[in-house]
Ligand binder design. Structure first.
Ligand code: AMP
Ligand code: TRP
Length: 345
């Protein structure tokens, strides 16, 4: 396949509270990748409205996710931070992809099944078509690498299928338009490290999520030291001391989760954490985890508060990012129109 310039893209929905799962599964990777790649990070507001949103709340959530990106260390000047709805090419390419993706592919998406629940007839068409919009987000920049948590793996596979089918269906026109044997790259998911799926603090078999009714199930990026300490101390555990080897975590989802969180926050691995804490009681381990969490998350929460207090600055970051993202997206969309045979001036 043709050689594509390496480019990182990822998105976070502006819905509810950003939590430790978003941070360790995604945002930490976003920050790291800035050193080695050009990066585009998007607040995906068009995805948010696939389920009902209160407009006032949505506005503040968009600003909050933007603030989190910056507070965690993403540089909006060296890279791009923007909100999806300011670059109309996302929705435009998504329509094209709605016509490329097959019903059978979308029918397999587990996130749709979970989110639609029992009353599927009443789910929005947008919720169903969500993965085609996600493919458009990535491919409108012809991005090659996508850092995400484990829960997005299936959507990434669908993005690759869409890219591949587009490349195949239009191969002749892609070649004639001067793009060689492939117009879209097949984007690679980057799902690595000890915390690609952070679980609820109340139930080690459930994903930590923005929508869990219990605030004790998650650590929010805006939680203060007190709240973090309370939540970690109350986190569900079992009565055994920690094992010394990683295999010992297998039948113990809560222990596995807390060790994974510690490893990710300290930039080490589960086995390294168990070398230090194997044989320790949870009370000892939890105290260390509280200290580590407060050290890592405290400054982020404080910076987020400062940034969200200055919406004019946040909005200017989004405007500037959207402008730069739009320039790339427009080029792709022009080429797509040529490949499809549309007329444009
Ligand atoms: P969302 O909040 O659904 O927009 O997710 C934003 C990013 O955080 C995506 O890359 C998700 O895969 C990731 N993410 C969300 N929840 C978790 C979790 N519990 N563990 C790890 N990653 C997560
Ligand atoms: N679907 C992702 C989630 O819920 C968010 C998202 C939208 C995304 N578009 C994307 C992630 C493109 C990576 C790339 O977490």
């Amino acid at each position: 396949m043709a050689d594509f310039k390496q480019l990182v893209f990822s998105g976070v929905q502006p819905t509810g509270n950003l939590h430790l799962g978003n941070y360790l599964g995604a945002i930490v990777k976003f920050v790291e990748l800035q050193k080695s790649h050009d990066c585009i990070y998007c607040v995906v507001d068009l995805h948010a409205i696939t389920v009902p949103q209160d407009p006032r709340q949505l506005t503040s959530s968009i600003r909050e996710v933007t603030a989190a990106f910056i507070a965690c260390g993403i540089d909006p000047k060296a890279h791009i931070i923007f909100n999806q709805s300011q670059v109309p090419e996302h929705a435009e390419l998504a329509w094209v992809f709605n016509c490329v993706a097959r019903l059978g592919w979308l029918n397999r998406m587990t996130q749709f099944k979970e989110k639609a629940g029992k009353d599927r007839e009443n789910a929005s068409v947008g919720l169903y078509a969500y993965p085609a919009l996600m493919a458009a987000d990535i491919l409108v920049y012809r991005a090659t690498h996508v850092p995400v948590g484990e829960d997005q793996k299936q959507h990434l596979e669908l993005s690759r299928d869409i890219a591949q089918k587009f490349n195949n269906d239009f191969s002749e026109w892609i070649a004639r338009t001067g793009f060689g044997d492939a117009f879209f790259p097949l984007p690679e998911p980057l799902i690595q490290g000890p915390a690609t799926r952070v679980m609820s603090l109340r139930d080690g078999t459930k994903k930590m999520s923005k929508s869990d009714p219990s605030d004790y199930s998650r650590i929010n990026l805006t939680d203060d030291a007190d709240a973090i300490a309370k939540k970690v101390r109350k986190a569900k555990t079992d009565p055994e001391p920690l094992p010394s080897e990683e295999v010992g975590l297998k039948p113990r989802p809560e222990a596995d989760n807390l060790v994974g969180i510690y490893a990710a926050l300290s930039g080490s691995s589960k086995s390294a954490v168990l070398r230090d804490f194997g044989g320790a009681q949870f009370s000892t381990f939890k105290s260390a985890l509280v200290d580590l969490s407060v050290t890592r998350l405290g400054p982020i929460g404080a910076e987020m508060k400062k940034l969200t207090g200055d919406p004019v600055y946040i909005d200017s970051v989004l405007a500037d990012g959207s402008e730069r993202a739009g320039q790339i997206a427009r080029k792709t969309m022009d080429a797509v129109k040529d490949i499809l045979g549309f007329i444009r001036h």
